[in-house]
Design a protein around this ligand. Structure first.
Ligand SMILES: O=C([O-])CC(=O)C(=O)O
Ligand SMILES: [Mg+2]
Length: 387
């Protein structure tokens, strides 16, 4: 049993939207296939992965360093003890050989993308849904019913309050109970007007979260906190620079409601610093680390260990990214839920065909691997890369 190839292609996921920090007009993502020589159900096992939106494709790093390290390793060194399957932890170590600690940069995105494909292959070789395999390995009970919220509410040219209301209404009509919109890309007064418009639309049916995408300095963060705390928000997200733990810690004084952050922290060391120094409150705040951007599930397991050591429950994690990998982690390891972008970043985001949101939750279908084969538009582009 061995990995015979790792293929990568960088694909556009561009759209005219913008948040407080970036626009997505040139956004790309890496799609990766880990091709094995294993056959299941008459088909070669190929694991697939991709990186989340917000960071660009990683073809350079994947092709120059990480692919070759895996392909040049002794195949026996990449297997579990029994030699019956690939070992994601060993493959991870091979990818990270000769890499110094710290300076995580976007190396973590390249590794995380390949790691997703490796886990897809492992679960397919075992002919199980990844969430069942993860729960089994941890001695946990899987829960296929996962909380999901609808992320959107971007700024784009010509979008007025009625278009924003219509967008949020459509999420509520599709079964979501929490919706999210962007703030910080307009004046405070304008954002307040947008928030009030959305709250008027969804009142009594859903809750609203807001996301500043790391835009605010301390002064602006506080000014927004004083405005936002007058509303019953689900959370106030990524207020300041992701690495400014002191700013995050200071916010607790001004914002009693739930806050969320972590999508731009790319290692368990960064996550540990956030918990140590960011003043996050384990009884109400939310952690959004996204394995597809941060060295994959092998590293995410370390992050979960760090959280446990520091007195946090996995239930406080609702990852960024809206992909099926995090849905599997949520269902298998008991996270609090997952993000979803009902109308964006297709075909990568979303659920297998036929999965409906009901009362803010989906139920994971019993598909082998991560479940990409159940999403016809996605598996089509994956199989174009390798099969
Ligand atoms: O706009 C983005 O970069 C995505 C984002 O922050 C989120 O989904 O929370
Ligand atoms: Mg965000």
């Amino acid at each position: 049993m061995r990995i015979v190839d790792i293929c990568e292609i960088t694909k556009p996921i561009s759209s005219p939207i913008r948040n407080a920090y970036i626009d997505f007009s040139k956004m790309t993502a890496s799609l990766v296939a880990v091709v094995t020589d294993v056959v299941r159900d008459g088909r070669r096992v190929v694991g697939y992965g991709f990186n989340s939106n917000g960071r660009y494709g990683q073809g350079g790093l994947i092709r120059e360093r990480f692919r070759d390290r895996v392909l040049e390793a002794d195949p026996a060194q990449l297997l579990n003890e029994e030699g019956t399957n690939l070992d994601a932890h060993k493959i991870w170590s091979v990818m990270m050989q000769n890499e110094k600690p710290g300076g995580h940069g976007e190396r973590s995105v390249a590794v995380g993308t390949i790691d997703m494909a490796v886990w897809d292959a492992i679960a397919k070789i075992e002919q199980k849904p990844l969430f069942r395999l993860l729960a089994e390995r941890k001695g946990l009970e899987a829960d296929p019913r996962v909380f999901v919220y609808a992320a959107g509410g971007y700024y784009y040219p010509g979008k007025d309050d009625s278009a924003l209301r219509k967008e949020m209404r459509s999420y509520v009509d599709r079964g979501y109970t929490v919706v999210k919109m962007k703030i910080g890309g307009a004046s405070l007064a304008e954002d307040q007007r947008r928030i009030e418009a959305v709250l008027a639309e969804i009142e009594g049916e859903a809750q609203l979260a807001v996301d500043a995408n790391g835009r605010f300095n301390l002064e602006t963060a506080i000014a927004y906190a004083k405005m936002l705390r007058e509303y019953p928000l689900f959370w106030y997200e990524e207020i300041g620079d992701p690495l400014d733990y002191q700013l995050q810690a200071a916010m607790a004084e001004f914002y009693p409601g739930p806050m969320a952050t972590g999508e731009n922290l790319f290692s368990h060391q960064d996550a540990r610093n956030l918990i140590r120094y960011g003043g996050m409150r384990p009884d109400r705040d939310w952690l959004q680390f996204d394995c597809a951007l941060s060295y994959g599930l092998v590293e995410y397991l370390r992050t979960l260990d760090v959280l446990t050591e520091l007195g946090w429950s996995a239930k406080r994690c609702i990852p960024h990214g809206g992909h099926q990998m995090s849905l599997n982690i949520a269902a298998g390891l008991g996270l609090g839920g997952n993000e979803s972008y009902p109308d964006l970043f297709q075909p990568y985001g979303g659920f297998p065909d036929g999965v409906q949101v009901e009362d803010g939750h989906i139920v994971m279908p019993e598909l082998p691997g991560i479940g990409f084969e159940g999403k016809s538009d996605l598996i089509k582009v994956m199989r174009e890369l390798a099969q």
